[in-house]
Design a protein around this ligand. Structure first.
Ligand code: NAD
Ligand code: WQD
Length: 339
């Protein structure tokens, strides 16, 4: 039986494929390569010495999906494929609703037609919206995400919830990620954003490498310990290990399950910058800039439910996350393309 990983050549998906292979699963990756390249999969093949079936295709493409499900015996689908830039989603909302929401509809239709009902979905803490006290627990009502990307995730959560109330025996996990960072400790796979990074960690890596002059800190007047934004950063390997646990757990019974994947601890932008400087030995120039629209002051998880129900807990701390992010960055200053 195969595990289908949509979006498997992307940042989180490639780490997932590594962990699944190590756990002994046979894998098919479906990715349209709109934000990645097959080089990541080649790297996973290299470090594991294992076979990975790769299909270049789109989750919105019914024919590709139907053929894939008829050619291979798939037991589980881990659905990472989608667009993830908040800023881009504000400029091109239809692109986001089509790729993320319509893509999930087509995927689920093909799964149902093939009788495959185990699905793990990459959701986001963004579905909680603003205004909750921290930490965020799964029992809190979802809120109003401030952008089309976040709203597409919330819509998908709702449509998947509807599926679990339907005639088919769906077993679905909604995994709400906090801020995944870092890389596999080998430095062979990691995060490779196209163009100017939107997220803090890859930006810091490029400043440390001398590719960019300085990082802008978006706001130093938040009600946090030092005025800068606080986030719950989670090592990407901890995150994917959480998926393995969730995949096992949903086999036990049908229905919808929701788990936060975070550490339960927040760090400010300045704390992250200082950790990066300490670990890399590089000076990271920064300047204070206005708040970024849509940002919240602070956000961190209550990871207790995943600990209780999945026996999963993030093991790696901020030093590990930054060490592995930096190692990847040093070994691959220009990502996968030129190394
Ligand atoms: P990524 O862009 O690196 O990976 C997504 C992959 O999906 C890419 O390889 C891309 O080529 C592929 N893809 C996009 N649209 C597709 C389509 N229509 N058909 C087939 N393939 C398609 O992003 P990531 O950081 O690895 O994120 C993976 C998932 O996790 C996404 O769904 C994202 O929304 C979610 N997520 C990410 C974060 C984060 O901070 N990275 C946080 C919360 C949730
Ligand atoms: C972290 C902190 C910034 C860049 C985003 C999405 C979210 C999810 C994860 C996908 C914040 C500050 C950042 C910079 C800065 N994605 N920052 N200068 O915004 O928490 O979450 O990625 O699902 O939906 O919104 O992550 O890494 O962009 O920012 O000061 O150049 O760093 O203001 O406080 P964020 P991030």
């Amino acid at each position: 039986m195969f595990v289908l990983v949509t979006g498997g050549s992307g940042y989180i998906g490639s780490h997932m494929v590594f962990s699944l292979l190590e756990a002994g699963h046979d894998i098919i990756v479906l990715d349209n390569l709109c934000n990645s390249s097959e080089l990541s999969i080649n790297r996973v093949r290299e470090i594991t010495g294992k076979k990975i079936l790769f299909v270049q295709g789109d989750v919105r493409d019914r024919k590709v999906l139907n053929k894939l499900f008829s050619d291979y015996d798939v037991s589980d689908v881990l659905h990472f494929a989608g667009l993830k830039s908040v800023g881009e989603s504000c400029c091109h909302p239809l692109m986001y609703y089509e790729s993320n929401v319509a893509g999930t509809v087509v995927l689920c239709q093909a799964m149902a037609a093939a009788g495959v009902f185990n699905l793990v979905f990459s959701s986001s803490a963004t579905v909680y919206g603003d205004g909750h006290p921290m930490p965020l627990h799964e029992t809190l009502p979802t809120g109003s995400p401030t952008n089309p990307y976040g709203r597409s995730k919330l819509m998908i959560e709702m449509l998947l919830e509807d599926l679990t109330d339907s005639v088919h025996p769906w077993s679905i996990a909604l995994l709400r990620y906090f801020n995944p960072i870092g890389a596999h400790e080998s430095g062979v796979i990691g995060e490779d954003p196209l163009g100017v990074p939107n997220n803090l960690l890859p930006y810091l890596g490029q400043v440390a490498m001398g590719r960019r002059e300085c990082v802008s800190i978006f706001g130093n007047d938040y009600p946090t310990l030092d005025g800068t934004g606080v986030r719950d950063y989670i090592h990407v390997m901890d995150l994917v290990e959480g998926h393995l646990c969730a995949m096992q757990a949903i086999h036990k019974s049908s229905g919808l399950r929701v788990w936060n994947l975070g550490t339960g601890r927040g760090y400010s932008v300045l704390e992250v910058i200082h950790t990066y400087e300490k670990i890399s030995g590089c000076n990271i120039a920064y300047r204070m800039a206005p708040r970024r629209p849509g940002d919240v002051a602070a956000c961190w998880a209550d990871p207790g439910l995943a600990a209780k129900e999945l026996g999963w807990k993030a093991k790696r701390g901020l030093n590990d996350m930054v060490r592995d992010a930096w190692y990847w960055q040093k070994k691959n200053p220009y990502g996968y393309q030129i190394s």
